[in-house]
Design a protein around this ligand. Sequence first.
Ligand SMILES: Nc1nc2c(ncn2[C@@H]2O[C@H](COP(=O)(O)OP(=O)(O)OP(=O)(O)O)[C@@H](O)[C@H]2O)c(=O)[nH]1
Length: 469
Amino acid sequence: MKDSQNNEVRLEDILNTTPIAVSWSSLSSGRIEYINKAFSELFGFVLGDILDTESWFLRVSPQPEYYQNVIAPWIDKYRGYASAHDLSATLFCKDNSVRHINMCFSTIGDKQFWYFNDITDHWVAEERLRARSDMLEMVAKSSALKDILNVIVKQIQQESPLSLCSVLLFDKDEQCLRLGAAPSFPDVYNQAIDGVKIGLNVGSCGTAAYLGQRVIVEDIYDHPYWADYVQLARQAEVAACWSDPIMSSKGDLLGTFAIYKRFPSTPAEKDFELINFASNLASIAIESFRAQEALQKRAYFDHLTELANRGYFFQQCETLLNESIEENYPLAILMMDVDHFKKVNDEFGHKIGDLVLQMLAQMSLSILRRDDLIARIGGEEFAILLPFTEKDEALRIAEQLRESIESSMVLSLDHQEVFFTVSLGVACRQDGDCTVDDILNKADKALYQAKAAGRNCVFLAMPQSNTLF
Ligand SMILES: Nc1nc2c(ncn2[C@@H]2O[C@H](COP(=O)(O)OP(=O)(O)OP(=O)(O)O)[C@@H](O)[C@H]2O)c(=O)[nH]1
């Protein structure tokens, strides 16, 4: 008896020196009878905190379903076996920090011996590598920026399950933040944040973007930065927010990355590391996306007027024409050409000619509807696609364009007012119009007639004849 007690003491001493967390429990009662020092250090529990394996696993599982669906079936499967296959699980410590554990158990008589190996560092490194390569793959495949940012946010939330994360994008023109990705926030919160101007005391993100530096608010309900936003925070059920500005490789502000907590919280060293990782990843994603966007713009858009170019117009036109034939909805095309443009160039110089084209583009955009498409298809020639548009509406839009352009002007280098006009040809899709060229040719002929009729007017291409509007 004395020997066995001595042996037990020695075994506990030995187990207390091992860096692996070890415990044993009674197979019949489930009661945990022993935990070693490494176990207490890893999970933060002492033996007095723990009753039996089931209640302990329920306490450390992220949700009860995780215990019921993952851990309990694993225990049942290997109950009574000499040893179980490993299970990798995400478990909470007593202080609610999260660890990734590789665990297994073996059974000897009535005793179940448990081994818990902390693989958090390894797991985090692997997950981050995976997130980075997933993100780069999405960037390479030209996925939507929102989807790419969602991958980043979800990765961080997985690594830090008690956190909610968001990425907001900086809108330089409006000096405001736009929603990038915040999948765990309620719509009411996301709608309120979308478009918020950056500035001091505009929550953690608005302030971080404004200052260009990290903002740590440990208690939203007791911080001047959040004074105007506590109601919103209450709706989202958040109480702490740590926000980092996302900067480009050239040091420009791209947006913000933020970690929110449900309770007032102070970030630990590993949280800062997590924020750095996320901001970095988001910066790569946003910069790559914007570079691709710029490339696409160059391929599809006219650099002088920033309107679509000929190639893009034909591509879009073909898609919409086929759609309008299939679904039998009306569609119209306008051809618009500057009158006597050569004269403008000759009289005032090419630079002023360019200004005229830019002014005309802006004026047209302000008149056209959201789904209309205007493109510069030649030097001073523009094509306009009007989907879901009947003849009368197309003529009304053409006339409005003509009138507005007639009454606009640019200033020459010696401050003279330079007025200009346009002629327009209008064609509507009719039965038998199968290609973009079919309709464009009609619109072109109507434009030619408008020119021949003296310019600064609108002509409609009719099935048999052309008519002055
Ligand atoms: N400033 C400027 N001029 C351009 C550009 N592209 C083409 N042009 C000029 O547009 C003019 C077109 O002249 P024309 O085809 O004779 O047409 P027009 O003078 O407008 O006469 P109508 O169309 O018959 O009313 C030429 O002088 C071109 O040099 C451009 O990007 N910028």
